[in-house]
Structure formats: structure tokens, C-alpha cells
Design a binder for this molecule. Structure first.
Ligand code: NI
Length: 209
């Protein structure tokens, strides 16, 4: 099973070498309605028939576009799928869809599969709710936004890593637009000083955990 999270490829200058038409997907997980999280979801969903997992409003928006293979969640809700389970968790952000439609409330995903737990925060501020994830789910790896301006920055992401009790962090939501450009070495050093590892993946690279 291939899970694809928040595809933002064709309009993303950094991802110009990635071929959207070759990306496999059995499940498409969409955290919120912003263009830079779902730009390629319709195309990939139509080609692959992947199940769209998101909040009710976003799943309904895609159903109206003919993508009827969707599974809606709402905050706190967990559902078992063939590959494992997904829980939709709180994110502090906004969620309007590209055409101005209401995109529900934004979220993140806690995924449990093959004995591992992965937390994908989506776009969010630091929030006390992250402590619940640390207390009860203890992710093996967490994907956190670090670009500041529209989401947490590095300083708060280090605290978030502490809240979710995870030492292995993959950074996201940085460098794609000028306001969210980061200093990579400084970012890694900030996590290292807190006893944590910040992984900044090259586009097209892979990672096992
Ligand atoms: Ni956003």
C-alpha cells in the first residue's frame, strides 16, 4: 500500500524533477484545504483511484469532482484501514479550499502501521494538544512544519518534538516560498541542542524508520 500525503508538486518549483504521472498512491491523505497541500491530489486521485482520507468537507469537495472513493474523518476519530490505522488530530491553522469553498477544520494524522507510529502534523502552530500524542501514542517519527510565518518555526517545533516525545523529526513546510525559507544548519543545530535529530530530506530521496 502506498500512502501519499498532501501532494504539492506541479506548482512547486523545488519539485520540478518529480513526475506526478508516475507517483503511486493507494491512499491520499490531505491534512487541510490549502493549495500547497493538495495541488496534485485530483489528478493523482483520478489516475490511481486512491482513497482520499481527510476531513468530511474536503472528502465531500472531491466527491463533487467525481472522486467518490473517500473516507471522511473528524478530529479525534481513528479508523483502521488495510495498511493500519489513521487518527485525525488537531492542528491550529486554517483550511479554505482553492475555490473558496469551506475546507473544514485543519488537522494532522497519527498513523499506526507495521508496528510503528508516524505523526504527520500538517500545518500547525505549537499546541498543548500535542502533549496528548506524546503521552498516549509516542510516535517513532514525527513530520513537523518548521518554516515559521504560516506555521511553527524551528523554536516552537523543537518544543513540539518534546511534546510528542519524539527524537526523530522530519522537517516540512520550509523553503517552498520566500517567507518560509530557513537556515538548514541552524535548524539542525537547534534540534541537536535539544537531543533530537532534524532530518531535512532531499526531494526524491527516501527514508526508513
Ligand atoms: Ni496551510
Amino acid at each position: 500500500n502506498d500512502l501519499l500525503l498532501d501532494p504539492f508538486i506541479r506548482p512547486n518549483a523545488l519539485a520540478s524533477d518529480v513526475k506526478v504521472e508516475d507517483i503511486p498512491a493507494d491512499y491520499l491523505l490531505i491534512s487541510h484545504g490549502h493549495e500547497d497541500h493538495l495541488a496534485d491530489a485530483e489528478e493523482i486521485g483520478k489516475r490511481t483511484g486512491a482513497m482520499i482520507i481527510s476531513n468530511y468537507e474536503i472528502v465531500s469537495w472531491y466527491a463533487n469532482k467525481g472522486l467518490s472513493n473517500g473516507h471522511p474523518l473528524n478530529h479525534g476519530g481513528k479508523k483502521a484501514f488495510e495498511f493500519g490505522s489513521v487518527k485525525y488530530v488537531n492542528a491550529v491553522h486554517s483550511s479554505m479550499l482553492p475555490d473558496g469553498s469551506y475546507g473544514g477544520n485543519p488537522g494532522g494524522f497519527v498513523m499506526e502501521m507495521e508496528g510503528k507510529t508516524l505523526y504527520y502534523a500538517g500545518d500547525t502552530a505549537l499546541s498543548m494538544d500535542m502533549q496528548l500524542i506524546g503521552k498516549y501514542q509516542k510516535p517513532d517519527m514525527a513530520i513537523l512544519p518548521i518554516g515559521d510565518n504560516f506555521t511553527m518555526g524551528i523554536e516552537d517545533a523543537v518544543i513540539a518534538a518534546d511534546f510528542v516525545q519524539c527524537d526523530k523529526i522530519v522537517g516540512m513546510h520550509y523553503d517552498s516560498f520566500p517567507p518560509i525559507a530557513i537556515q538548514k544548519e541552524e535548524a539542525k543545530a537547534a534540534f541537536e541542542a535539544a537531543g533530537k535529530e532534524l532530518i531535512l530530506m532531499e526531494i526524491g530521496s527516501s527514508l526508513e524508520f
